[in-house]
Design a protein around this ligand. Sequence first.
Ligand SMILES: C[S@@+](CC[C@H](N)C(=O)[O-])C[C@H]1O[C@@H](n2cnc3c(N)ncnc32)[C@H](O)[C@@H]1O
Length: 275
Amino acid sequence: MSKAFQIKSYLQFYRKAVTRYKVHSPFLFQLIEEVLEDDRQYYIFASLSATRKQLQASKHELTIKDLGAGSHVSNSNVRTIASIAKSAVSPEAQCQLLFRLTQYLKPKTMLEFGTSLGLSTLYQAFGHTQGQLITMEGSPQVAEFARGMFVNSKAKNIQLKTGNFDDLLPEILKGLAGKLDYVFFDGNHRKEATLNYFEACLPYADNNSVFVFDDIYWSPGMLEAWETIKQHPSVTLTVDLYYMGLVFFRKEQQQPEHMKLVTQAAKPWTMGFWS
Ligand SMILES: C[S@@+](CC[C@H](N)C(=O)[O-])C[C@H]1O[C@@H](n2cnc3c(N)ncnc32)[C@H](O)[C@@H]1O
């Protein structure tokens, strides 16, 4: 993403974004309280934070087979673990949000596009250990590294599939018994691919499913994909957090609603006692 696009899109987002004080839906208000603004530190956070620091210091090299929109940071196909951990892996605060999301929603079936080193996978899997998380990674050496991470962490609810999303997806969806409660789209940040994956997963979504799209402002194409997803007739509620977007299909939401949301700390003057 160009710097100019990044600054312009963030300013446009920020200008329109509201805080929880403008939210009327009890469902959304509770989601904000329990997930988006919850600052409790869960025991797993400390150990995954230590793992992240180890990864960020590792000079071990992996050969990358890039099947997605690539990296804004590196075009090299041999990269250190440290470089991947610093650029491709979701930041700690976002991983913690994913943990709280799966903990709160308790999805039985979870799917992740883009495992990378496996950090986001671990947060989501530990968020709801009773659910099953299938994660897909197309770069074989990266996938093998993530597999080692899952073994070391003793996570029992992760199935790692190695291969191109396009090849893996039909078989995975067929094996789901018709239902997908939670999807994290975090690989191949191209407009067409993102829309294709959304359409492929859609028939498996029900009233309580949530789809999470990472990096919705990554490029003009990703932003167009996000706008198209928002307009889909089965989508009833979206929450744009800038760094990711949440999509809900709840029929209780009679009028479609699309919110841009920031924490109250980002717009402190919106707090009740100042208005
Ligand atoms: C942004 S990284 C995922 C980061 C990870 N979710 C995290 O936050 O820790 C995206 C990953 O998706 C993989 N990927 C991209 N396009 C793919 C495709 N078409 N098929 C399979 N894997 C793909 C890349 O190899 C890369 O490791």
